[in-house]
Design a binder for this molecule. Structure first.
Ligand code: HEM
Length: 434
């Protein structure tokens, strides 16, 4: 724990101290009082906390680049040190050769800038078109019901259940696997890849074991998907994998690297974030019986509840941009080349934009104005899918479980990341509806 100044508390957040990552909102509220972004030495970036500033920067790809969306390179130097240590281990040689060859590291989507980014989005946007989403609805409902059968069995046998591991992880996992054409048997491996590959996001001091897992899983992922892409070229199917494998944009095919990079982003983005959203919704319902009763009796409130939870507990707390030229924001001039941490989690609680920002209010008039999915050209292409999954998950949950409550033994420990925010586990009590 560092000094109790605001910059000391930001350092605690970057160092992933539980007290800071469990509740970073007072730090952000304090930073919003400043007239412009504040530089944090430890992170090597400016913290942008006000709604209008975050939105403006997100929409300005002329002056701000997305090439380092998870933070400045210097802060990732521990990762490089670990890579060097592992390069001494002969068993890691084949994995490291592939990484140093740069396979799967092309600038795509999240870390691409125009004009490449626009070319790539032309492919990705139709993959999530409304008719494709409608086509996924039955599978989402069926998967949610199947998972809840097991949840009910566990509640009947032990009185409570960890809704994260038993429900919130499984649903997005199964759905993104389906969208990417991954076979059922591969699901556990798929989850391991997802956990290992997302590890460096919001963790600037990984252990050797974590980096080893990252390298091995990245390689396994690439080998698996190169083979599946080849299959999809021979036999196209109605899924995102096939769209990516067979894409021709402006007369050009995507390179192997672009295809792998996109698939990796879908895996991580489609999984971890939606799990956190579903967990947060269940947490809110279990903690507030009046809210639960209201939503139970008026299911039209599920949609605004999903939006409110995205706002008040943004699963992606913030991502980075790099200034291409000197830019004045408020009273601050951010020099060209500097990194900015755009804090969606703070913007979403900006009192200048949202009334009583720290309370859940499903009647909020501007309930969809949050920045949890970003804004502008990089706006999350999976937003429709995430919303659909969250709405169906809540509907099916309320149909199957009555009187959902927090179990007394919860520890409320958050994931070890200063970027992604979500509980590791959440024990609930409930009365099954049979
Ligand atoms: C609650 C769930 C989700 C949240 C909170 C979320 C959040 C975000 C945010 C904030 C961005 C903007 C990044 C930026 O501006 O730099 C983004 C981009 C992205 N998201 Fe999501 N996301 C979610 C679900 C999904 C799903 C389900 C998928 C795919 C199946 C997905 C795929 C992507 C991809 C590929 C990008 C990069 C787009 C680009 O840079 O053009 N996300 N997401």
């Amino acid at each position: 724990m560092t000094a109790n100044t605001v910059s000391g508390r930001v350092d605690d957040l970057i160092n992933r101290e539980q007290s800071a990552i469990a509740c970073p909102y007072p730090i952000f509220a304090e930073l919003r009082q400043e007239d412009g972004p504040v530089f944090n030495q430890h992170l090597g970036a400016w913290l942008v906390t006000k709604y209008d500033d975050v939105r403006l920067i997100l929409r300005d790809t002329e002056r701000f680049s997305s090439r380092s969306p998870t933070g400045p390179q210097a802060a990732g130097s521990v990762l490089m040190e670990r890579f060097m240590e592992l390069s001494q281990d002969p068993t890691m040689a084949p994995y490291l050769t592939s990484i140093t060859a740069g396979r799967g590291q092309a600038a795509v989507l999240l870390n691409a800038d125009p004009p490449d980014h626009r070319r790539q989005r032309k492919l990705v946007n139709p993959a999530f078109r409304p008719d494709r989403l409608r086509g996924m609805e039955p599978a989402i409902t069926q998967t949610a019901k199947r998972l809840l059968d097991d949840v009910v069995t566990q509640i009947q046998s032990s009185g409570q259940v960890d809704i994260v591991s038993q429900f919130a992880v499984g649903l997005p996992m199964a759905i993104i696997a389906l969208a990417l054409g991954v076979l059922g048997d591969d699901l556990a491996t798929f989850k391991r890849w997802s956990d290992d590959i997302v590890m460096p996001v919001g963790n600037h001091s990984p252990t050797l074991a974590q980096v080893r897992g990252f390298i091995v899983s990245s390689n396994e992922f690439k080998e698996y998907f190169l083979a599946r892409i080849a299959l999809c070229k021979e036999e196209p199917a109605e899924n995102i994998l096939s769209d990516i494998a067979n894409a021709v944009i402006d007369g050009e095919e995507l390179t192997d690297d672009e295809q792998l990079g996109m698939l990796q982003q879908f895996l991580v983005a489609g999984n971890e974030t939606t799990t956190k959203l579903i967990t947060n919704i269940i947490h809110a319902l279990a903690a507030d019986s009046a809210l639960q009763m209201r939503v139970r009796s008026d299911r039209a409130l599920i949609e605004p509840l999903v939006e409110e939870m995205l706002r008040i507990e943004a699963p992606v707390g913030g991502l980075f941009r790099q200034a291409k030229i000197d830019v004045k924001i408020g009273a601050t001039t951010v020099p060209a080349g500097d990194h900015l941490w755009l804090l969606f989690a703070s913007a979403n609680r900006d009192q200048c934009k949202f009334d009583q920002p720290d309370s859940v209010n499903v009647d909020r008039v501007n309930v969809k104005d949050h920045l949890a999915f970003g804004n502008g050209e990089h706006f999350c292409p999976g937003a429709g899918l995430a919303r659909l999954e969250a709405c169906i998950a809540t509907e099916v949950l309320l149909d199957r479980l009555d009187r959902i409550m927090l179990a007394p033994d919860n520890d409320f420990v958050y994931e070890d990341s200063f970027v992604l925010r979500g509980l590791k586990r959440l024990n609930i009590l409930a009365t099954p509806i049979l």
